[in-house]
Design a protein around this ligand. Sequence first.
Ligand code: SAM
Length: 276
Amino acid sequence: MQLKTSDYLKKYGITLKKSLGQNFLSNEVFAKKIVELSEVNKNDTVLEIGAGAGTLTVALAETGATVYAIEIDERLKPILEERLLTFPNVHLIFSDFLALDLSFLPSGYKCVSNIPYYITAPILKRLIFTPFSALFIMMQKEVGERLLEKPGSSNRGFLTVVLQTVANVEKILTIPKSAFVPNPEVDSVVLKITRKEPFPFADGSQLESFWRFVSNSFSQKRKTIYNNLKTITKDTNVLELIIQEANIPSSARPEQLSEEQFLMLWKTWLKFTNEN
Ligand SMILES: C[S@@+](CC[C@H](N)C(=O)[O-])C[C@H]1O[C@@H](n2cnc3c(N)ncnc32)[C@H](O)[C@@H]1O
């Protein structure tokens, strides 16, 4: 009989750590569904962040794709090695994803992961700067819904804007708390994040500059964009000109602007301030 996630944990005497976001998929049904929806095939290279006890890793491995499974917690090594023994297409890397050199990822790779929720934003930030074709990321429902918000919603944050500028974002699955061991306090969703082509930035430093600009524009959400940008623009007369030239209402708040308006505002700001 095939062992379940909880059987493997029991077999190796592992107690899960909340501090590492260890809520594992309790069976393979949702893992298989996620892999099916991400259309992974044997020609793909797939990154998995947080392999855990390997439930999703096994489903990915079965497609024949080249899989790089990253896991910070070395206590899980014996479980992962046992479950993935017969899959030479899987490379296990025991490391902190946030500190890992990602230059091994080929252009067009996919990321399919049930990530540790406590570092969702830093993980997305790293992924945005890599040459992905699509990211299938499971995250806390409220966080996922925020990333889907359209202009005008007060729930829109700066990460929503940056993400929707570089990618098309959609929700493809909702997963109930009951599908995990131990049960978390919240439901989860899987977002499909596909790279926009043509990509709006020529290189990583442009994207970095846009990231900083949007982050500054949102520094105090209840303030207008004009007031937020005053902190990074020395001359307020120039700032007024920038806002006018970019065709943005002077009373606009950051959550009201679309990605296109943000791109226009950033480009105009660069032109007038010679910043980068
Ligand atoms: C939500 S669990 C998902 C486990 C497994 N993929 C599953 O679906 O059952 C997140 C996993 O990420 C690991 N993790 C936490 N912080 C990490 C980090 N900085 N780098 C890599 N893995 C990390 C945890 O140890 C945990 O195994």
